[in-house]
Design a binder for this molecule. Structure first.
Ligand code: GLN
Length: 244
């Protein structure tokens, strides 16, 4: 088996060690004897919906989002929509998450989003939403905690067609007001949790690996359990940092 991962704009959208998420996926595949293929797609590059099973977009500064937003809509939107429709995994973190929605409003300027999720993001007056965060989610079928770190100026508001990834236990979440965090539809997950997210929440990494392999091979593989002492400690430490 092979996990085929495509990072969108790895040069521009990669702040706060979001690349660690990719490394973590790679290690968990290596340790299980699953081959791992990684490619990147930058500005101007089109993508093929069937060539990868896990698509990833990390966080970015507003200026990086300005560089990629219109290009992503123009060169990648249709293929990404087709891939998600066909069961591919799409994981989007922070700046990448914001770009899943309709738009990101920055004062007078409106950055276009992919329109894959019913949400919009607005840069409002007020402090950046920064800190350790823990949320409760039912992604994967049982109630679990995801822990990480958030740092965003944009506030995201879900529309009526969007389901949040989870409820905020500690931290700010989508907008610091409604207690919701992230978005989740089929195999698409958007979240403000950096940290990086996956090394602090190994179960989520395995869940996404399983979904991506299922899309490729037609059935969900049983992933060999790994000795996760360090991963459990990383999760406990991220939770403790959030006070949960
Ligand atoms: N630039 C966006 C904001 O500040 C996203 C930041 C991020 O990816 N950490 O809201």
């Amino acid at each position: 088996m092979e996990l085929r991962v495509l990072s969108l704009y790895p040069e521009q959208m990669n702040i706060y060690a979001d690349r660690g998420n990719i490394l973590f996926l790679q290690r968990r595949c290596d340790w299980r004897g699953i081959a791992f293929r990684w490619d990147g797609a930058g500005p101007g590059q089109s993508i093929d919906p069937s060539s990868h099973d896990l698509f990833y977009i990390g966080g970015g500064q507003d200026r990086d989002q300005r560089v990629v937003a219109a290009d992503m809509v123009e060169t990648k939107r249709a293929a990404l929509a087709a891939a998600v429709e066909d069961g591919a995994v799409l994981l989007a973190v922070c700046g990448g998450y914001q770009l899943l929605g309709e738009s990101y409003q920055l004062g007078e300027e409106t950055l276009p989003g992919l329109g894959l999720a019913d949400l919009r993001t607005v840069r409002e007056d007020g402090p950046r939403l920064i800190g350790n965060v823990a949320i409760e989610t039912e992604l994967g079928g049982e109630k679990r905690v995801l822990a990480g770190f958030e740092n965003h100026g944009g506030r995201t508001y879900l529309g009526t067609d969007a389901r949040p990834l989870g409820r905020v236990v500690k931290g700010h979440g989508n907008n610091g007001a409604d207690g919701l965090e992230g978005v989740w539809r089929d195999n698409m997950v958007g979240t403000y949790l950096h940290g990086p997210l996956l090394p602090k929440n190994a179960w989520l990494a395995d869940h996404l690996i399983g979904l991506a392999l299922e899309r490729c091979y037609g059935e969900r593989p049983t992933l060999e359990p790994l000795p996760d002492e360090l991963e459990r400690a990383a999760h406990a430490s991220a939770r403790a940092a959030a006070g949960v």
